[in-house]
Design a protein around this ligand. Structure first.
Ligand code: SER
Length: 317
């Protein structure tokens, strides 16, 4: 990609941290600028350029874009469902203003391409929650969902009005072992693996039959980068993407196959209501058709990968 570089905003978060490493392995360490409001892991900060950046300041984003000749931005900074309920204004400010600034910078000619993640949270109680279609009712009941829905509309607006090449997927719950998630309703499906190894048991904050769409990190990174690489100037504002879906009871069963003594109990709290407003699974046939999206990890493969990798980290520490 000639002299230009890629900027990842929110590079120290759960998805951002793995996205940076993958992009660097594809395009070269010097081509991928990592940025966040706080420092990240040594691996992230030492193998390429890192900038401290507050994404709620347009001038600060522009400065980094100019300094490093950036032409593509992955805007991963966001406050997700549980934290956004606590801090609605701050969540709106971060989730929406950062997007508007990046879209404006694209309109002003500084950027050629933008990636911005949306979420299953755009859907609500009135949405058909099994095989949720690409285009359907979107009446989110959470602050996070409201911001993601507004963001999708802003992306569609800038695309239609100014021809901005902005691409997006609706991530399901993302499961990973490298960087912990923070403040999400789907985070139970990460915690459960940590607790299975450390305590042999887990107290789940969702009920045993709460089915949600989920995806292993490798698939999420693959979806993100392959969407950005696809020849797709006129795609949807944001694509449904699916990999697997399961309930707390089913993930516990899959852990028991590896750790037979593992036990789980259930104490649903306020997060149950958030989960109940989201789809159980999504129809992603549009993504399959438009850019050949295809996941690699089902629940069993994911459980194996999670437990193997978390055991390795434990041994090293
Ligand atoms: N993982 C997010 C959350 O739980 C959903 O996209 O908030």
């Amino acid at each position: 990609m000639n002299n230009n570089s890629i900027l990842v905003i929110g590079a120290c978060g759960q998805i951002g941290s793995e996205l940076v490493l993958k992009l660097r392995s594809i395009y070269g360490n010097e081509k991928v600028i990592a940025s966040d409001i706080k420092n990240g892991s040594d691996e992230l900060m030492q193998n390429g350029v890192f900038e401290i950046l507050d994404a709620t300041y347009k001038g600060a984003i522009l400065q980094v874009i100019k300094k490093h000749n950036v032409s593509e931005v992955y805007l991963m900074a966001a406050m997700v469902s549980v934290t956004a309920e606590k801090y609605p204004h701050r969540a709106w400010d971060l989730n929406i203003n950062s997007l508007l600034y990046v879209l404006e910078l694209a309109q002003e000619g500084y950027l050629k391409k933008v990636f911005w993640p949306s979420s299953i949270a755009v859907f609500g109680k009135t949405t058909p929650n099994i095989d949720t279609p690409q285009v359907t009712v979107t009446e989110p009941s959470t602050v996070y969902g409201i911001s993601k829905l507004a963001g999708e509309r802003w992306c569609a607006y800038y695309k239609a009005k100014y021809g901005i090449d902005v691409r997006s997927v609706r991530y399901p719950g993302i499961i990973s072992w490298k960087t912990p998630p923070g403040g999400g309703t789907t985070d139970y499906a990460v915690e459960i693996y940590h607790k299975a190894l450390s305590d042999g048991s887990y107290e789940c904050f969702l009920s045993e039959d709460t089915r949600l769409p989920m995806m292993y990190m490798d698939d999420a990174i693959d979806a993100t980068i392959s969407l950005m690489d696809a020849d797709l100037p006129n795609g949807f504002a944001s694509y449904n993407i699916s990999a697997t879906d399961f309930t707390p009871k089913e993930i516990a069963e899959s852990i028991k196959k590896q750790i037979p003594d593992f036990s789980i109990n259930y104490s649903p709290d306020f997060r149950q209501q958030i989960a109940d407003s989201w789809p159980q699974n999504m129809d992603d046939s549009q993504a399959q058709k438009d850019w050949n999206w295809k996941p690699n990890f089902d629940l069993e493969k994911m459980t194996k990968a999670m437990l193997e990798n978390l055991k390795l980290i434990k041994e090293v520490n």
